[in-house]
Ligand binder design. Structure first.
Ligand code: XMP
Length: 333
């Protein structure tokens, strides 16, 4: 629509003015905010933008390929994909504590991004390289890092974000979404040509599957979880609610699968199985501070359970999480 087009023109002009003929580097995560920021900045300055996509190996099924297809393929943006999954798995080996896992993932993310930024610069001797670091900071993040957050007495979970990175890299900040609320960011994304499904995705935590595999993270667990979770999400998108006509994906605020590293006994054909358990989690919330577990239709749960158990060898039991927040949190770690 023309209102949004006007906003885009204005934002594009502001970015061009701020950046001039300098270069920008941006950490692409596949999340909504960094994706919309990348699309907007690319619209403004094209090849003066380089996106760095750090793949920590804890993404959802095919997510890395989808990000590349969208940004490098469709938008023709410069994107460097760094496959750091082995490094992340190695550093996470033997680590069980959720907060420690978050810290390790956050630290490695910064390390890998910094190394890549330096590599890009070294590859072009004589050039200044990037002088701006772009971030998908949105208005609620700005408020959170001001007054509200510091008043909180207890940190329940340390949400890693890439704080302090611009200073460490000696870069200026470019934050074109700073004044926007989430719904405005989404509208902007659609207007910039990003697919509706990408822009209206449920939130996904920075540490990714790292906090959805309870305890120690292993590649075997991540691979099983990715396949089970893809089935759950696919069925949520397939199932429509008769009353509203909406899909259950759109009727829930966040839905995902959690990997439990315990084995239980099952039976398949005339054999006994002894395999892993997963939990399905789906919540409804307006602010993610409190949340109700979603009353998914039994038919949906039944379909998801039977598909996971039949299609993902290694998982023989599916449970549904009926805990609200508080006292439970949305994620299990
Ligand atoms: P909890 O589990 O605290 O989650 O009820 C509330 C919301 O925050 C997300 N979450 C995270 N996001 N890094 C993130 O970027 C994190 O470490 C993290 N932990 C939780 C969670 O997915 C939910 O949307």
């Amino acid at each position: 629509d023309w209102v949004m087009d006007g906003h885009i023109d204005e934002a594009v002009a502001a970015i061009k003015h701020q950046v001039g003929d300098e270069e920008v580097i941006l950490g692409l995560s596949g999340g909504v905010d960094s994706s919309v920021a990348a699309a907007l900045i690319h619209r403004a300055i094209g090849d003066q933008l380089t996106c760095v996509f750090v793949d920590h190996g804890l993404l959802r099924l095919n997510e890395g390929d989808m990000v590349m297809e969208m940004f490098a393929g469709k938008l023709h943006a410069k994107v460097v994909r760094v496959d750091a999954s082995e490094l992340f798995l190695r550093e996470l080996a033997g680590v069980n504590d959720p907060e420690q896992k978050r810290k390790i993932i956050g630290r490695l993310f910064v390390d890998v991004f910094k190394a890549e930024a330096e590599k890009l610069k070294a590859a072009r001797p004589g050039s200044k390289g990037a002088t701006f670091l772009a971030q998908g900071t949105i208005y609620p993040d700005v408020i959170e890092s001001g007054g509200a957050k510091s008043k909180k007495a207890v940190t329940i979970k340390s949400h890693h974000n890439v704080g302090g990175l611009p200073e460490q890299l000696g870069l200026k900040l470019l934050e074109p979404l700073r004044d926007l609320f989430k719904d405005e960011v989404r509208e902007l994304g659609v207007a910039l040509g990003l697919p509706h499904d990408m822009v209206y995705r449920h939130p996904f935590p920075g540490p990714g599957l790292g906090v959805r595999i309870l305890g120690e993270v292993k590649k075997e667990y991540a691979d099983l979880l990715r396949r089970a979770d893809a089935i759950f999400i696919e069925e949520l998108r397939n199932f429509n609610d008769a009353e509203t006509g909406k899909t259950w994906y759109d009727l829930t605020s966040q839905a995902f699968t959690v990997f439990l590293p315990v084995k239980s006994v099952g039976v398949m054909g005339d054999g006994r199985t002894y395999d892993y358990v997963v939990a399905l989690r789906a919540v409804q919330t307006s602010d993610f501070m409190t949340a109700d577990w979603a009353e998914l239709p039994y038919a949906l749960l039944k379909k998801v359970s039977s598909r996971i158990i039949n299609e993902v060898r290694g998982i023989n039991r599916v449970t549904y999480d009926v805990s609200s927040k508080p006292p439970a949190t949305i994620e299990w770690e």
